[in-house]
Design a protein around this ligand. Structure first.
Ligand code: FE2
Length: 378
């Protein structure tokens, strides 16, 4: 067979296999105790812009949602208006946390049909919403813990966010920090639950396992975890899944599970093209990062080879570097962004590398353990 025809055949069969084509992350929704103040924090500290609002003024008497955006990142913060609302129960149990990892699709009805036929538990049957700006179809399935995936079909919807939301205009518009899009979202699951959830992403959503780390890769003197990275067909959506592993002391995943009261999203990694500029902005605007010991930088260049960046600002900010066969990456991790030691963010700049910073795991987890110890949770 000529090469072109063989390639065509492979592309055709890949298209047939990908029963859940995804265009990427549509939005991330957090259920929080005070959506108004959370939205303000993400604007002032992280550089998001006001986008949309839903609440009593738009006819929604159940909840209030503020939507903020920065480049391709859209975050939604939702709070219940009455104590017996499911959003209030979620916040009561978990604290502030990620409820929805919403994925952009061309056909939300098909996404729901394909995933539920493969064993996915329905969260929302395909539902068309419309207003004067057009229509959006939503559907959804449950994943680990109380977390859900919504499938969002927007077609040519012209409104600010979703039907039912109005534009949120405000005089307070702090500048962007250069955050671009969701690189990956990590789930923490319970003991011996990693492989069942890997199976879920494989069987129900058609993802494949692109990387695996065992407790020898991710361990310090005290604690350990295991992780497998799941990716959809085009690589736009990546979900690493962590579970705790036995160590001398408590794993950071266990601390999360204790305080989140179950499985949930541990961190969302946000991409930037200028990590030094972005992290300088974030730090100056009050975002707190894990502290990396200066010894990490002593032999960094002998470990990772030449990098374009100056070492001094990386060390000053605590930015980590790792290299794989395809290039290198720079990354840094915030402290938890709420009072419970649960959800945090990673800021990542990829310069060719498609991996997740395996060479940094030890330094990173030792930094996390210092924080755990200061909380009395190690
Ligand atoms: Fe990550």
């Amino acid at each position: 067979m000529p090469i072109a025809a063989a390639t065509d055949a492979r592309e055709r069969s890949a298209a047939i296999i990908d029963f859940l084509p995804l265009q990427g992350t549509d939005y991330v929704e957090f259920y929080v105790g005070n959506a108004k103040q959370a939205a303000h924090y993400y604007k002032s500290a992280f550089g998001f812009q006001s986008l949309a609002y839903s609440g009593p003024e738009t006819g929604n008497r159940e909840t209030v949602s503020y939507v903020v955006r920065q480049n391709k990142l859209t975050f939604v913060f939702t709070t219940a208006l009455r104590p017996d609302h499911p959003v209030a129960a979620h916040v009561h149990l978990h604290g502030d946390g990620v409820k929805v990892l919403a994925l952009r699709v061309d056909d939300a009805a098909s996404a729901w049909k394909e995933t539920t036929a493969r064993g996915g538990r329905s969260y929302k049957e395909p539902t068309m919403l419309c207003d004067q700006w057009g229509e959006v179809t939503l559907s959804g399935i449950h994943t680990y813990g109380e977390t859900v995936h919504l499938f969002v079909e927007r077609k040519d919807y012209q409104g600010p966010f979703l039907p039912g939301f109005r534009e949120w205009k405000t005089a307070y518009n702090p500048p962007s920090t250069g955050l671009l899009y969701v690189d990956h979202s990590v789930g923490n699951v319970g003991w011996h639950q990693m492989n069942p959830w890997v199976g879920f992403y494989q069987d129900v959503m058609g993802f494949r396992n692109i990387l695996s780390f065992d407790d020898k890769d991710i361990s310090t003197e005290y604690s350990a975890l295991m992780s497998k990275v799941m990716s959809n067909g085009n690589g736009f959506v990546k979900f690493p899944i962590n579970e705790p592993a036995e160590g001398k002391k408590k794993s950071q995943v266990e601390e999360f599970l204790d305080f989140y009261r179950g499985e949930g999203v541990q961190h969302v990694a946000l991409a930037t093209n200028d990590i030094v500029g972005t992290v300088t902005q974030l730090r100056d605007r009050g975002v707190e990062f894990l502290t990396i010991p200066s010894s990490y930088y002593r032999d960094l260049l002998s470990r990772v080879g030449h990098i374009d960046e100056d070492l001094a600002p990386l060390e000053e900010l605590g930015i980590l570097v790792d290299r794989d066969d395809e290039g290198y990456l720079l990354q840094i991790f915030t402290k938890p962004v709420e009072d419970r030691p649960t959800v945090f963010f990673e800021i990542i700049q990829r310069k060719g590398a498609q991996s997740f910073g395996k060479g940094n795991f030890k330094a990173l987890f030792e930094a996390i353990e210092l924080e755990q110890d200061s909380r009395g949770n190690l």
